[in-house]
Design a binder for this molecule. Structure first.
Ligand SMILES: Cc1cc2nc3c(=O)[nH]c(=O)nc-3n(C[C@H](O)[C@H](O)[C@H](O)COP(=O)(O)O)c2cc1C
Length: 204
């Protein structure tokens, strides 16, 4: 059965990535009746992993000393991914990379059992919606500073979530609020329009 996992990590309620992931989720749910889970790692942050949590992830079944609460949290995060047929991730760029709240989510999922080939997390469609204040597109001065898409691609591929992975990017989002970027407003609007159009197709 179709099942969508929708993950958001933006700090803001007036967020670009939240608008885009919500649009995708609505379109997708119109087309695919089935399960739906929304995890908001900004509103409900996942604690950083500790040594007991790390040991439990790396050496499952051993007496690792983690609390029942920590174990239940890791299990819930894992179950949500395992049960999903499609995953949409809302990922704003924070300081050239992904928000630390999303990294904390990934830290619960990246461990040897999920890095097996084939991975038990494989076979899913993943749509990563990226938002960023500037542009890191090929040929731009900051191209080499993009540790958002490059990192996500590498880590999702490492756990089997890169088999059917599409990035949809809204860039230059700061152009609408920063006067010094006003010249980029048309590019920002085009990027946003393109993101909506792509998401509509991906939700089919
Ligand atoms: C803590 C923080 C760090 C940011 N770092 C960057 C950055 O390194 N590069 C960039 O282009 N934009 C940066 N931005 C701007 C956001 O990427 C941009 O506003 C984006 O639209 C945020 O997505 P959202 O609206 O979904 O939250 C940063 C914003 C915040 C809050």
């Amino acid at each position: 059965m179709s099942h969508l996992l929708h993950v958001d990590s933006s700090l803001g309620t007036e967020s670009v990535s939240r608008r885009l992931t919500a649009y995708f989720a609505e379109e997708w749910r119109n087309q695919h009746p089935g399960g739906y889970v929304h995890r908001d790692v900004a509103a409900q942050p996942i604690p950083h992993i500790t040594e007991p949590v790390h040991k439990a992830l790396t050496y499952p079944g051993t007496d690792n000393g983690q609390s029942a609460q920590e174990r239940d949290l890791t299990e819930a995060i894992t179950r949500e991914v395992v049960e999903a047929s499609t995953i949409v991730l809302g990922v704003p760029m924070h300081n050239f990379t992904v928000p630390s709240t999303l990294k904390a989510w990934l830290d619960r999922l990246v461990h040897p059992a999920h890095m097996a080939v084939p991975s038990p997390l494989g076979g899913k469609k993943v749509v990563a919606v990226l938002s960023r204040g500037g542009s890191y597109a090929p040929g731009t001065p900051r191209e080499a500073f993009d540790y958002q898409q490059t990192y996500l691609k590498a880590i999702l591929e490492a756990i089997g979530l890169g088999e059917d992975l599409t990035f949809v990017t809204a860039e230059l989002t700061m152009a609408t609020v920063a006067p010094q970027m006003a010249q980029f407003k048309p590019l920002a609007e085009a990027s946003m329009a393109n993101a909506y159009e792509t998401l509509e197709k991906l939700a089919q």
